[in-house]
Write a protein that binds this ligand. Structure first.
Ligand code: NAD
Ligand code: MN
Length: 487
């Protein structure tokens, strides 16, 4: 059967593929330990391009012994070089790294899109510039830590063990490494198993910046390697971003040790639209809230709470707008939604969507065909969702929106807070007083007003409840890597 779009697109775009020739993929990648690339002794893994299922490269994995080597290198670098270094000099290294990220921005963007599946428009305009911004921001803090509000002489903790997810590989690396280095710590970082390549390119940037060996170590691998980083007795601080389940197991693993811990886990954010909101703007914000990065976003606006009187109007314009989204080749500059990151994530999305249908919610998807190879899921909207449905409670981590309604501001707040998570939320209204009153009642770490998914290095990010604890970014984020007077 030929698929005939319900409404022909206003105008068709010619393909506008970004060239991948700027990226020189190597067939094999090693670990980055003590300033050098070395083979890991674990079983190597393959990383794929999720848009094509093509194997991009084979990547070493770190065994317990490799992790131990990396932690020892980080300890030596901390004791001998990085810890004693003048803070202003540490800042210079961070500025240098930030500038190199900018100089090599296109290479990072293309590699990120190949390994992760996200649209080049996002890796180019969001991930890479924000990663550089994190290094610039923290470079500025390096020699000003006495003004961070943590007492007159805050001290670094030592070696940080950091484990990150696959949804923003380079950006999460920057969120972890920039504050750790600015505060005088050294790091052992484990990237996610499906997206290790930009972290290894970052290791090259560390070499290019002449960063002293051992200050940054990258140990690739899967959960076992992450577990070894977290469990290593000579790690002083653990920072994790990922699923709530793994976060809980990490909290148990470090309980009763000297290690400090920050956790950035999942979310199920409410995006609240009041009847006085500018509907067209709100629809743009809803789309950005749930379809940015295929919905693989911990702070995604996955629960739309819309005032009953404007429900039909909002849903109709939302569906119209979703009909114009372009799903497909992530390297095409016109693409809005790329590939789902992995086969297992696609399976999880399909499973939760099937549960949503079985529980009685109404599922809507736009017309059109998905590419034949690779991992894809259409932008999806569920209406008639009740707060008890699993699609209203569980994090889908995919392009799936659940729409619920409310009648009064109090009901909106009660429903928004009725979740085990508390990472982010959004409010759409033209009344400033209403925005102030609602935002102050929402139990979420970040609340956006008349916008969504806006990230900035100066602004602390983190959760309430099962979304985790500790803050990343801003002055508050520095505290996670420093010992002050009262700690
Ligand atoms: P995950 O938590 O399993 O993986 C995140 C990172 O932790 C990866 O680097 C992984 O190798 C590592 N890891 C796994 N087990 C570990 C362990 N026992 N000790 C130390 N490190 C370990 O996440 P996932 O399986 O990739 O995704 C599952 C679900 O998690 C998603 O569907 C989504 O709901 C959620 N998730 C949330 C975020 C976020 O940013 N908050 C990111 C990714 C996934
Ligand atoms: Mn990959």
């Amino acid at each position: 059967m030929t698929a005939i779009p319900a409404r022909p697109a206003l105008f068709e775009y010619a393909p506008a593929a970004e060239s991948r020739s700027i990226v020189a993929l190597r067939p094999r990648y090693g670990l980055f330990v003590d300033g050098e690339f070395t083979e890991g002794t674990g079983t190597p893994l393959k990383t794929l391009n999720p848009a094509t299922e093509e194997v991009l490269a084979e990547v070493s994995t770190g065994s317990d012994a490799d992790v131990d080597r990396a932690v020892r290198a980080a300890r030596r670098a901390f004791t001998r070089v990085w810890g004693p270094m003048r803070p202003a000099d540490r800042g210079k290294y961070l500025f240098r790294i930030a500038r190199l990220l900018q100089e090599r921005a296109r290479e990072f963007a293309v590699l990120e899109t190949l390994d992760n599946g996200k649209p080049i428009r996002e890796s180019r305009d969001v991930d890479v510039p924000l990663a550089a911004a994190h290094f610039f921001y923290h470079a500025g803090w390096a020699d000003k830590l006495v003004h961070a509000g943590l007492g007159p002489a805050p001290r670094p903790l030592g070696v940080a063990g950091q484990v990150i997810p696959w949804n923003f590989p380079l950006l999460m690396l920057a969120w972890k490494i920039a504050p750790a280095l600015a505060t005088g710590n050294t790091v052992v970082l484990k990237p996610a198993e499906t997206t290790p390549l930009t972290a290894l390119l970052f290791a090259e940037v560390c070499q290019q910046a002449d960063l002293p060996p051992g200050v940054v170590n990258i140990v690739t691998g899967a959960g076992d390697t992450g577990r070894a980083v977290v469990a290593h007795p000579d790690v002083d601080k653990v920072a994790f971003t990922g699923s709530t389940e793994v976060g809980q197991s990490i909290a148990r693993a470090v309980a009763g040790t000297h290690k400090r811990l920050t956790l950035e886990l999942g979310g199920k954010a409410a995006n609240i639209v009041f009847d006085d909101a500018p509907i067209d703007q709100a629809v743009e914000g809803i789309v950005r809230g749930i379809f940015f990065n295929q919905g693989h976003v911990c702070c995604a606006g996955s629960r739309l709470l819309v005032q009953e009187s404007v429900h039909d109007e909002v849903v109709a314009s939302l569906q119209r707008r979703i009909g114009t989204l372009r799903v497909g080749d992530p390297l095409d500059k016109n693409t809005d939604l790329g590939a789902v990151n992995s086969h297992s994530q696609l399976a999880r999305i399909r499973e939760l969507v099937a549960v949503g249908e079985a529980e009685g919610a109404t599922c809507w998807q736009p017309e059109g065909e998905l590419p034949g190879r690779g991992y894809w899921f259409k932008p999806t909207v569920f209406t008639d969702v009740s707060p008890a449905h699993r699609i209203a409670r569980d994090e889908v981590f995919g392009p799936v929106l659940s729409v619920l309604t409310f009648r009064t501001p109090d009901e909106a707040v009660a429903k928004a807070n009725n979740t085990t998570y508390g990472l982010s939320a959004g409010v759409w209204s033209e009344k400033g007083s209403r925005i102030l009153s609602i935002t102050s009642k929402l139990r979420a770490g970040v609340v956006w007003a008349n916008t969504f998914n806006e990230l900035d290095p100066t602004s602390p990010f983190g959760g309430y409840k099962q979304s985790g604890y500790g803050r990343e970014g801003g002055r508050q984020g520095l505290a996670a890597y420093l010992q002050g007077d009262n700690q």
